[in-house]
Write a protein that binds this ligand. Sequence first.
Ligand code: FRU
Length: 510
Amino acid sequence: MSKSETPTSQDSVSPDAELRARAAQAVADRPEAVDADPWRQTFHIQPPVGLLNDPNGLVQHEGVYHVCYQWNPFGPVHASKFWAHVTSTDLVHWSEPSVALAPSDPLDKDGCYSGSGIVADGVVQFFYTGNVRGPAKERLPYQNLATLGADGEVTKYSGNPLIRPLEGYSGHIRDPKVWSAEGSYWMLLGAQTLDELGTGLLVRSANLLEWEMVGEVGGGTAAPLGYMWECPDVVRLDGGEILMISPQFDEGPDAGTERHSDVTLYNPGMLDLATGRFTGSGFRRVDAGPDFYAPQSFTDDSGRVIMVGWMGKPDHDEQPALVVKHPSADNGWVHCLTVPRTLRLEGDHLIQWPVEELEELRGEPMTLSGAVVEAGASLDVAGLPGTAFDLELTAACEPGGALTLRLREGDSSRPLLVTIDHWSGTVTLDRTLLGTGEGGVHTGSFDPGDRATARILVDNSSVEVFIDGGRLALSARIYPMADDTQIVVDATGAPMTLDLACHPMRAGLA
Ligand code: FRU
């Protein structure tokens, strides 16, 4: 090698390029078990390998929807968080993922944690938390900026951090949600007080680069709610606003109620931009299922407010191992996002509904009209289309009756049970018989009535139930037997009349 060919430090691979190359290699070298896995999803965003958690950086720009997500490319465990990035022009067909952010910088070396995106000055800007652990493993959170270039490359801002660790709060400050209103930019951060109480912090900027504290939105000593608020979001909907948070709690007497970890809550009310205070009528659950956490919303160019959630939840030491709860981890990948859902507010009630574009994936439906099922009898919905479908039904049970759907039923008799009792206004998701993955029974309530209307989206390893036009939603991961594809409807207690349309779903992922 002549002298002129000697590599200089400029030729050497940057830490960022090296991490990106390692992530690409992890995808290329992924275990065969990933692609062979019958639990791979077909119309839900999932990691190519490794672990996915929160949705990040949701934005539409020049007709393209951008969805990023927390991603560990190196295995189905929570470590080394990258931002993966997928795009779509219709919210249904998604590109192959690329790396948006890699934890390559001293200001994010222990993870590019969650954050959001906005379009400002014609450019997509991403805000994220650089998770840094200090010498004593203490948390040092930095709020950072990165910009999406026209070439699809994301570049971290050279002036980072925008916000350093804050006096008066612990090291738990993260998940910036940024929006513009009233001529300013606003950022909402999840935080923890020095007394270890969860709160949200409103910060303000005129130029996206310099930020000043406005105040705490809630929680803290005034209204204690958990020890840390993750992924806060103020969602402006026609008719009002909601504060949406994923609070963390110590396990205690409230376990299993609304005041426990791993559920996302919303509070309808109003944010006072002058003080940062959010005044609302009280917190309720966004989704009554077991697998829904850290959602994020954005407004698209048509004015719709769209939310995507992580169809999973955090792990706790005392719980069974991740691979027991989510056996796909044995095949090299774990978790997925929910379908995009439009949000509306009716009074104080949040309404969620799968975006209408999903109907593009529907195949020829199988329909039943006015089918009567006697009390104690079952209807085998024969000829049904496999493992991914979009099912709509209206059921009227006579008083005292309820219906149970056995989904992914088959020779092994290990279905998911969805029981809808419209007289009492309860729906139950029972994963006990599945035998694989996390079990348990989860119940949600809705206004009782003389009939039930439900829409149920089933993918290879998930179910999302929407009752009463989206007044109640329940999301869960399921790990059924690949060959079990039947749907059976049981009428319990009284005869039932049933209208049903079941559409097979085509794949939407690249
Ligand atoms: C929520 C969360 C966020 C954090 C990210 C790390 O699930 O804990 O608070 O930014 O995940 O992956």
